[in-house]
Every structure is written in structure tokens, then in C-alpha cells.
Design a protein around this ligand. Sequence first.
Ligand SMILES: [Zn+2]
Length: 282
Amino acid sequence: MKIMTIYAHPADTITNCGGMLARHADNGDEIVAVILTHGGRIHPNKYAEEMRKENPDPAIAAAGLQDVVDNKKEELRRAAEIIGIGTVVTLDNDDRMAVVSEEMVDQVAEQIALHRPDVLICDYPLNPVVSGSSHTTATMTAIAALDRAAQFLTVLDGQAEVNVRQVFFTGMQSIARDALSSYGERNDMFIDITPVVGRKIAAMDCFVSQGYDGLFARKLIESYNGEFGRAAGVDVAEAYVRFRSETHSLLPLTPQAQEFDALTSHITYSRMNVRAEFPIVT
Ligand SMILES: [Zn+2]
């Protein structure tokens, strides 16, 4: 399987789906991570915190756009290596984007045509009226690019159409476990990331400049992935929403569902102690 992630900022790929990507990398699948913006203004802790000090470090205070971007790219490069992301494409657009631009749709459609992924991964889009969310804009861009790439015509565009097989959205703020309790709005698929959670934490530890390392990495895994894990019946999980309905020849019943024991699962999925197993490296 060839998986392409399309996210607004460098760290999004890791926090949203780093565990799933690590499992697919271990499975021998190819991963291409497309990052739309340089993300220099997103969680700029290293620089903003320094400027709050009475005597800021001159080297950090003098950082220009290229320094900020290069530093974040190096953090991303190390994180991608830990996860097993084979190709990282940084489009380096400005991260002040509030609306979908034709230019960025073209850029992403080109990447889809170049890499021809089977599957796209992007953020679950929030209400598009909340235009301050660059994550929503990124997904709107991805879907528009998906349609654009699907309509490529060799005689007109110099490249053939691309049929992406499925899109999975990450990060929907819902933990309902069934189709009825939230009237259908829910993550409809979980990926058990327990076997690779140490790599997701180590990858998050790379993003020092935005304070995603150390305490926050462990908090995110314990709370966010931990709560999805509880819903999924495993230690830690990532949650996904399938864009397109699936077609099966027989009713699907997963191995997890067949093995699930409601009487004991709350104990078995509660054993992991994230902070003890993955201590902060100082
Ligand atoms: Zn982001």
C-alpha cells in the first residue's frame, strides 16, 4: 500500500497518525508525507519564550524565517526517520493561510499525480466557517487536489488520472463507540498503536522547538491516544473517519472484535504506564 499524508504543519503528521504510519512502515508499505506550510508560526515556543526573557539569547533572537523553517525541517526529518516515513515533501507555503488557494491545490494535485498513492490521510475538517483553522483549509485543499488529480487527462495535462482508493480523516473530536449514541457522528475506525507507541513518543520528542517533546508528548499519548484506546479496547489507539463507504463481499468482523472480552478488557488495556515505560530523556 502507498500512503500519502497531507497536513498543514510539520508536526501534524506525527501527532495525528504517527502510530499508524509506523505500523504500516513495519508492514513494508510506502509512505509519503506532504506538508503544506513551513509551520514557523505554529507553536513557536523556542523563539517566543526566548523573547519573554529579560536578556534573550542573541542567536535565537536574531533568527530569521529561514532559520526557523530549517530548524523545524530538521526536527521533522528526524521524526520521519523514527516513524519510517520514506519521503517527506515540504511545500513551504506561508502558514498564515486562511482560505483554499488554487495554487496550493495545484501543488498537492501534482504530488498526488507524482506519487499515485492508494490512500490519503488528512485532518478531519472542522466547520469551514472557522477559517482560522489551517487544518480545515489543509483538508479542503487535499480534497480539491484529490478531485483535480482524478480528472487529469493525459492529452490535456500531460499526466493520467489518479484513482486514490480511500481517504481517512484523523482527529475528529468524538469518542462515541457506536453508530447511534452520537447520531452517526464519530470516528468509525481505530488503529491499535500499542506496539509502536514508543516510536510515536520518540518522534514527538524531536519537536523541541514547539514544546511537543517531553511532558507534552507523554500527556498526548496518555490522554488523547489513551482515551481512543479505551474506546478501541486497547492501550493506545488513533481514531479515523473513512471518507468513502466501504464495499465488502461478506460482513466484516475484525479479529479484535472476535477476541474482545468485555469483562476483562478494562484491565488489559489499562496496564501501560506511559511515563514509566518511556521516561523523559534529559
Ligand atoms: Zn497543525
